[in-house]
Design a protein around this ligand. Structure first.
Ligand code: OAD
Length: 235
């Protein structure tokens, strides 16, 4: 299995909230996950934002502050190293926390956006902002209200993101799926696509998922334990 990774001509990876769990960032659906504590309808839909932008922003700003204090873990770092060694490598993530960037990953497709990006509802301008936001909701220079640059339920994915992800999976000899419950589409649909394309599919998750029985290797462990092992040199 390690040699499939080290000899692969093309590697694609899909990550979810589980890869950031060991950095102290809560997942969505595991025990104690965000969608067990909060109703996503109140926080992660365009309607919720329209109803009460300050409430939604307060929650996102709390998440931004806690993510800012977190550090990439051994799993994030192993993926950045895998990219440096691979001929062709694409990291497709559902995470908005930016920890893959901070770990050094370069070719990252952010299917669900980026919590550090703010987008103006009026002029559509996007800006990267890692500062603590002084007043909520924040406003753009044009006077329009800014929203978090993440994808909410019922919204389309960033333009071209799913097309690029699909293309990467089609070309991948090895597809690694780490830390996702594989419940949210279209992202989860990349897994059966890789299986149909006869890629070597490696799932890393302490829990079973709907796809565990169909993948080539289902590794029951955490991403910070297992991803460094896939590098095959104990680093
Ligand atoms: P989930 O919370 O649905 O799933 C997290 C998965 O990570 C679960 O299958 C856990 O078993 C696994 N897990 C937990 N700790 C782990 C660890 N240390 N190492 C590896 N795996 C671990 O999160 P996602 O699948 O990412 O969407 O959720 C998908 C989307 O649903 C999110 O991007 C978000 C959410 O609503 C939007 O915000 C649009």
């Amino acid at each position: 299995m390690r040699s499939s990774v080290s000899h692969a001509r093309s590697i694609a990876v899909l990550t979810g909230a589980g890869v950031s769990a060991e950095s102290g960032i809560p997942t969505f659906r595991s025990n104690g996950g965000l969608w067990q504590q909060y109703r996503f309808e109140d926080l992660a839909t365009p309607e919720a934002f329209q109803r009460d932008p300050k409430f939604v922003w307060t929650w996102y700003e709390e998440r931004r502050r806690s993510i800012a204090k977190a550090q990439p873990n051994a799993g994030h770092l192993a993926l950045a190293e895998m990219e440096r060694r691979a001929k062709r490598f694409t990291l497709i993530t559902q995470n908005v926390d930016g920890l893959h960037d901070r770990a050094g990953s370069k070719n990252v497709i952010k299917l669900h956006g980026d919590i550090w990006v703010l987008r103006c509802l009026r002029c559509r301008r996007e800006e990267v902002n890692r500062e603590e936001l002084q007043s909520l909701p924040p406003y753009c220079d044009c006077g329009g209200m800014l929203r978090p640059g993440v994808v909410w339920f019922g919204e389309a994915l960033p333009e071209g993101a799913m097309e690029r992800a699909t293309e990467a999976v089609r070309h991948a000899g090895v597809f690694i799926v780490a830390g996702t419950s594989a419940q949210v589409y279209p992202a989860a649909g990349l897994i059966p696509l890789a299986i149909r394309n006869r890629a070597t599919v490696i799932e890393i998750n302490p829990e079973e998922t709907d796809f565990s029985a169909d993948v080539t290797y289902a590794l029951r462990g955490t991403s910070a334990e297992m991803l460094p092992q896939l590098l095959g040199d104990g680093s």
